[in-house]
Design a protein around this ligand. Structure first.
Ligand SMILES: [Zn+2]
Ligand SMILES: [Zn+2]
Length: 350
């Protein structure tokens, strides 16, 4: 029997066809995928920009599904159970014993694992009817959470990891630069979990509307308004307590840093290979903090709890649900930043 999957043969070339269902090892699960989110990383893979990806590969790392088969040594799962996957694998998922753990896994920082692999990045992932996953990568989805909601576990956990760095509170004013799929998710998390005042900078009009829908207090069109002046007015001339850059360009990262108040914290969430100019006297005298954020080592349970609480409007975050045959179209929609694109999901039939 063959399964349907979208395999990236080489950059800019996807074949949606029938592939062999992967065999599983004794500590693995076979996941029957229900939903898989399309992420910016998938677009980077499609364009051949991720150095550690080897073609051919079936990407997709934001997925939920049910258990179709269980390895003989797996005891804590049963067939048919709903799960979501943490795609980032470390020494624990390789079943190393503690002495064999790498430098970072010994420090309980598994996202920096020197043996790191990721389902849907270095191994076949969720743009596929079936995926082989180590059982340690699976999280049980609470009853109240649907499989559609559960596909948000991974991106929410990534955002939570980033937000943890900047420690915002309801007293803070937070600037979010960029209201694409991740910017919108950040905005809804800040609004629902932290209650901070949110200022959003986004050139695209429909995205500004979405930002407002998800709880932004002030939305700014940086092409036609002065972000700097508005922030001055809103913050007694001082700047924001925290900024989140969700674009991935040097200009917006510099903006995120320059608009901070004294003690301000910038979370650089957009991915880019650019270089920025940083005034070291400002860094010193204003006690600024800059944070990068890589994956989601400890935040998946918290993400599931947030989904269970129903405090996020996840269904409104989704703009398109496509069959696997339309995966390439979905990637192109993300690329062109099509007006109405929020999160795009690939759905497999039950
Ligand atoms: Zn992702
Ligand atoms: Zn490790």
């Amino acid at each position: 029997m063959l399964m349907k999957a979208g395999q990236f043969e080489r950059p800019f070339n996807i074949n949606v066809g029938g592939y062999d269902i992967p065999p599983i090892g004794e500590y693995d699960l076979l996941v029957k995928v229900a939903y898989c989110g399309i992420c910016g990383t998938d677009l980077h893979i499609y364009e051949g920009q991720v150095p550690f990806v080897q073609f051919p590969i079936i990407p997709g790392h934001e997925f939920s599904g049910t258990i179709a088969a269980i390895g003989s040594k797996v005891t804590n799962f049963s067939i048919g159970e709903k799960i979501a996957i943490n795609p980032n694998l470390s020494c624990k998922d390789r079943r190393y014993n503690l002495q064999e753990y790498c430098y970072y896994c010994k420090k309980n920082r598994p996202h920096f694992c020197t043996n790191w692999e990721a389902i849907g990045v270095t191994m076949n992932g969720g743009f596929s009817e079936f995926v082989r996953c180590p059982s340690t990568s699976a999280f049980k989805v609470p009853n109240k959470v649907s499989l559609k909601e559960a596909a948000f576990m991974e991106p929410i956990a990534c955002c939570l990891h980033g937000l943890r760095h900047i420690r915002i509170s309801s007293e803070d004013t937070v600037l979010v630069i960029g209201a694409g799929p991740i910017g919108l998710l950040m905005i809804s998390l800040i609004e629902s979990q932290y209650r901070s005042k949110i200022i959003v900078s986004e050139p695209n009009q429909s995205r500004r509307h979405f930002a407002q829908d998800f709880g932004a207090d002030i939305v700014i069109d940086p092409n036609n308004e002065s972000l700097k002046e508005i922030i001055k007015t809103e913050t007694d001339e001082e700047g924001v307590d925290a900024s989140i850059e969700a674009v991935g360009s040097s200009a917006t990262v510099e903006e995120a840093i320059n608009l901070l108040n004294k003690g301000g914290k910038a979370l650089i969430f957009g991915v880019s290979n650019d270089t920025i100019k940083l005034n070291l006297f400002e860094l010193y005298s204003k006690e600024l903090s800059l944070f990068g954020s890589f994956t989601n080592p400890h935040e998946n349970d918290e993400a599931l709890n947030i989904l269970k609480s129903k405090s996020l409007k996840t269904s409104e975050l989704i703009s398109h649900i496509l069959p696997i045959e339309r995966l390439e179209e979905g990637l192109k929609m993300m690329k062109t930043k099509n007006e109405n694109v929020k999160k795009i999901f690939v759905q497999f039939k039950e």
